[in-house]
Design a protein. Sequence first.
Length: 195
Amino acid sequence: MDNLKYIQGYLNKSIQVKKDLLASEIVLGQVSKVTDLIIEAYRKGNKVIIAGNGGSAADAQHIAAEFVSRFFFDRPGLPALALTTDTSMLTAIGNDYGFDKLFARQLQAQSRPGDIFIGISTSGNSENIIKAMSITEELGVTSVALCGESGQLKDMVDYSINVPSTITPYIQECHICIGHMICAIVEEVIFKTEA
């Protein structure tokens, strides 16, 4: 294998997905709307709850950490919770209720009306994310899907941010980019415009 050629090809494909994302007014509009909703939720004393599986679990933790710790500058922490971090809770729910209830059970316990739940699924078909989304309305929680261009999740949530790709690594790269943009705007609006 020609490593250099492969690396160049990979980067070109990844860049093209980001160009497609940049060209999609619909997707960018959803990112902007979700950002405004998060700002509004924080101003009302609510929190952001995030979940995903595998690489998307890592992205959920990453984004939550950016809200709680800091992004571009020092400021008070913002309440965010990744539902993927407590191994005792995950194994207890998985064992007692099944893996498909992993996030719904936690969302029922940890959320309150006005919170925002972001479910990350590159396929748009993660059963445990779908089950969690199915209870958001009764909990009074705004539902946001961060997914690719396919799958059933995008049609069952309040807001869907659909990366224009079906290739998992490229979708994940865009997901963290979108998470970073949201964190940057939220941080700037809440702490710099109110200072």
